[in-house]
Design a binder for this molecule. Structure first.
Ligand SMILES: *[C@@H]1O[C@H](CO)[C@@H](O)[C@H](O)[C@H]1NC(C)=O
Ligand SMILES: *[C@@H]1O[C@H](CO)[C@@H](O)[C@H](O)[C@H]1NC(C)=O
Length: 432
């Protein structure tokens, strides 16, 4: 245990010098007509924001993807209890199934991970992507979009471009308000009693938060298939992660003070620029790959670099700086708990009690399967071994049978269908 705390202290110490350099460079590049931070991270909140808003970008990318592949697509707008308007995407049936819906189909709900959106599960098409495979296997497929991403940026009272109040949420609110609203809505429309939940990374985290904070919803989850879920990050933190973690902790304070709260939104110019620098055949691709592999784990075989430019047009899709901080807090502390805003007023406003609430995993009594890859440096076998001891109803833990399988391969691994998805479908079929 001492080693564990030592590592996390190191995180905070190592980064100081690197950050001083980073910020000096940033400051040099800041002037009033151009802000490098805004260019790299996201727009400032307030009336000055004219450029770089997602309005210039077509909002129907998911629909185009699904329809181009010949599958029916629906978009549903729903309200969370605290006024956020969320966009849910649906593939109600397979393209091979021309008959209108006669019998009820089991429901599968996808939840994407950090800074992503429903598109990341859809863009490679029916040969590769799980939502289409599930539709073909007879499932009614739904994909959620977290509040604050490109599809779910509306609110009853707040304007995401002007009101900083809009952005004051973390994974906690997604688990406590969004998921229950989404699940109630889907079950009402489909007349089902429960659904299969497929979460990737923090997409699983939010379902665990719901399970502890709103245990009355647990009966509505027939099975939670957790792909590299971030719960307890106990593994020793690698050097590149120390740098990223350390810099994101300090960067967060710096950008919040600049009133930048919407981080890494989908911006066409940014995707195009990165896509060009990282495309096949371009010498700079080397640096993109180094950067990527140092973050998610090295896997040259499952990662098809021809997809980089296309992937970058779907990822990142934006989130709140507080939500990304929540994820970094989990790495820095190794613990599963709500975001500490480091401000007692804000903490009280968010959690309605003077201390932070406790995420008590023993309350999460729906069945769970855990899935991990040995090449994943973000969520490791060690992390999941600990999580496994905390959850009361684990019905299986599955290592992907390929030794370099990393965090991203769950979404875009070339052989993910054979290595993971077929197993998921068979687990779902068995667990009726
Ligand atoms: C990588 O993706 C490209 C474009 O979709 C495809 O033509 C190629 O066959 C893929 N490579 C592998 C190894 O799957
Ligand atoms: C967590 O929940 C279990 C089951 O209700 C309970 O027995 C236990 O005391 C709780 N732990 C904490 C720390 O609240």
């Amino acid at each position: 245990m001492t080693g564990f705390f030592y590592n996390r202290d190191m995180v905070l110490r190592t980064d100081r010098r690197i950050l001083v350099c980073l910020f000096s460079v940033t400051l040099v590049l800041e002037c009033h007509s151009f802000s490098l931070t805004e260019f790299l991270v996201g727009p400032r909140i307030g009336p000055r924001t004219q450029h770089a808003t997602p309005k210039n970008i077509k909002l129907t990318m998911a629909q185009q993807l699904v329809n181009t592949n010949g599958y029916p697509f629906e978009e549903h707008e729903i309200y969370s209890e605290d006024g956020y308007i969320l966009s849910l995407h649906r593939i109600p049936r397979s393209k091979y199934d021309k008959a209108p819906l006669k019998n009820q189909r089991p429901v599968a709900l996808f939840q994407h991970g950090l800074l992503a959106s429903s598109d990341v599960f859809l863009f490679r098409g029916p040969e590769y992507d799980l939502p289409y495979l599930l539709a073909d296997a007879g499932y009614d497929v739904w994909l959620s979009n977290m509040r604050g991403n490109i599809y779910s940026m509306k609110h009853k009272a707040f304007d995401a471009e002007k009101d900083s109040e809009y952005w004051k949420f973390s994974l906690h609110e997604v688990g406590v308000y969004d998921l229950p609203a989404i699940i109630d809505y889907i079950l009402k429309i489909t007349k089902e009693h429960s659904l299969y939940f497929l979460g990737h990374s923090v997409g699983s985290t939010v379902a665990f938060i719901m399970g502890t904070m709103k245990p009355q919803y647990n009966a509505k989850i027939r099975l939670h298939l957790a792909l590299a879920p971030l719960v307890h990050a106990l593994h020793e933190i690698s050097f590149p992660h120390k740098i990223f973690l350390g810099s994101s902790i300090s960067l967060t304070q710096a950008i919040v003070s600049k009133n930048i709260l919407n981080v890494f939104p989908r911006r066409e110019y940014f995707s195009k620029l990165l896509g060009t620098l990282c495309a096949n055949g371009v010498p700079t691709q080397f640096f993109c790959l180094i950067f990527l592999y140092s973050l998610v784990g090295i896997d040259g075989q499952q990662f098809n670099s021809s997809y980089i430019p296309e992937f970058l047009s779907y990822f990142p899709a934006g989130s709140s700086v507080y939500l990304t901080s929540h994820a970094t807090q989990m790495y820095a502390e190794g613990d599963f708990r709500p975001l500490d805003y480091q401000n007692s007023f804000l903490n009280y406003q968010k959690y309605h009690q003077s201390s932070l609430p406790v995420y008590n995993l023993s309350l999460v009594d729906y069945p769970v399967t855990l899935h991990y890859g040995d090449g994943d440096t973000l969520v490791t076998a060690e992390d999941l071994a600990f999580t496994e001891t905390k959850l009361p109803r684990i019905i299986g833990k599955f290592r992907v049978p390929y030794k370099h399988f990393n965090h991203m391969d769950f979404m875009i691994g070339t052989d993910a269908k054979d290595l993971v998805y077929k197993e998921l479908i068979s687990l779902m079929n068995k667990h009726r």
